[in-house]
Design a binder for this molecule. Structure first.
Ligand SMILES: Nc1ncnc2c1ncn2[C@@H]1O[C@H](COP(=O)(O)OP(=O)(O)OP(=O)(O)O)[C@@H](O)[C@H]1O
Ligand SMILES: CCCC(=O)O
Length: 364
């Protein structure tokens, strides 16, 4: 039997799993979790055993023996800042994923689940282009407050995969392209790529444009006032910023399709909020074009939100003067993870060791 790769992508309410046989997504499944399923857990890391059990049960139901896998790959993680690439899940990486050193994120479970299953089969575990990919130049790290560095937290996995795909379609080496890639998901990343390296990006958790679930950047003093108002705990404030912010806070839904339906039935408030999100994304694209000295080969809109003609038109109309706008709607993170391992198997890349790559961020 052909060797296979097991791919694991944990999100906040599901674990997407797939088995790749070569380039073929041979079997896949979304293991979903309701709010009720998750209500007893204080953090995503506590969900490890439950999610592991469900993956192993799925494999058993499918009659798959883990010994038939060549490798297991998981999405990672808010670890320490590291350059893009495919990383072996080492003990040091496991420790940092467990301790959520860069913050809480469902993808922290990806490397841990991959490692556990891989160890049972005596095969390697990997993560690919995690959320913490950091290819910033020093100038991009300065925030304006020495105690706080600007951080690179973004949808790096899809952004890097889309960059490769678009370069291929353009018939140009990625190394020669300047791209602005916008991932329109529950959070929004607006990324400046020079030669495939993400040299700047808004922190998609807590900065840049607001998004379906997150506030993006806020006026700092207003935020401080709210934190000290006595009305909210730390954890409530965190939820207001990541999870219940942005479109969700204004309109009570994180679903762009639902907002579009409301606009079509004449809801002017929904239209204002929707347009404001597109406006903020466009401004961030303008900002990233300055990072690239205005030399931009293409602006690419990707992620689930890029299926919305309304949003891609609103953004396109404001930024087309910078560079051609290309739509690559959706994401295929499972395939992008598998491809990270194929690049090792094909000898196109070498596996990276986390502890050797961690970037020591100077305090300026
Ligand atoms: N066909 C569609 N038309 C319009 N919007 C869509 C469509 N499909 C998905 N979306 C919107 O895309 C957003 C989710 O995008 P995506 O699935 O890429 O993100 P996610 O995986 O949930 O979150 P993240 O990418 O931040 O981890 C939601 O706001 C959803 O309403
Ligand atoms: C940090 C942003 C990445 C994501 O939302 O998944």
């Amino acid at each position: 039997m052909d060797k296979m790769i097991l791919v694991i992508n944990p999100g906040s309410t599901s674990t997407k799993v797939a088995i790749f046989k070569g380039a073929e997504n041979f079997k896949s499944r979304v293991l979903t979790y309701s709010s009720d399923d998750l209500k007893g857990y204080n953090s995503v890391i506590e969900q490890f055993e439950m999610r592991l059990y469900d993956i192993l049960k799925w494999l058993e139901q499918e009659g798959i023996d883990i010994k038939d896998f060549e490798a297991v790959v998981g999405r990672g993680g808010m670890v320490r800042p590291i350059p893009g690439g495919t990383y072996i899940v080492t003990d040091a990486l496991v420790e940092d994923l467990k301790n959520q050193v860069g913050g809480e994120h469902a993808s922290n479970l990806g490397g841990l689940l991959a490692k556990n299953i891989a160890d049972r089969a005596g095969i390697p575990a990997f993560i690919v282009d995690p959320v913490a990919v950091d290819e910033f130049e020093d100038i991009a790290r300065i925030s304006g407050m020495p105690e706080i560095s600007r951080m690179s937290h973004a949808h790096a996995l899809n952004i890097k995969a889309v960059a490769r795909k678009v370069a291929h379609k353009m018939g140009k080496p990625l190394a020669e392209l300047n791209l602005i890639i916008v991932h329109l998901g529950g959070g929004i990343s607006v990324s400046a790529l020079r030669g495939g390296r993400q040299i700047d990006v808004n922190d998609a958790n807590e900065g840049g444009p607001f998004s379906p679930e997150r506030t993006g950047s806020l006026a700092a003093l207003d935020l401080v006032r709210l934190c000290y108002s006595g009305k909210y705990t730390y954890s409530q404030m965190k939820k207001k910023i990541v999870g219940h912010g942005g479109i969700t806070a204004y309109l009570g839904t994180n679903d762009i399709r639902e907002v579009e339906n409301r606009i079509e039935t004449g809801d002017r408030y929904a239209e204002l909020i929707f347009n404001a999100m597109a406006y903020q994304v466009s401004k961030e694209i303008g900002s990233m074009s300055a990072v690239l000295y205005g030399k931009v080969d293409a602006i690419i809109l990707t992620g689930g939100g890029a299926y919305s003609k309304r949003i891609t038109t609103l953004i396109g109309d404001r930024v087309r003067f910078i560079a051609p706008v290309i739509i690559e709607a959706g994401e295929d993170e499972l395939r992008s993870l598998a491809e990270g391992v194929f690049r090792l198997i094909n000898g196109e890349e070498k596996p990276k060791i986390y502890e050797d790559e961690v970037i020591k961020i100077e305090k300026f």
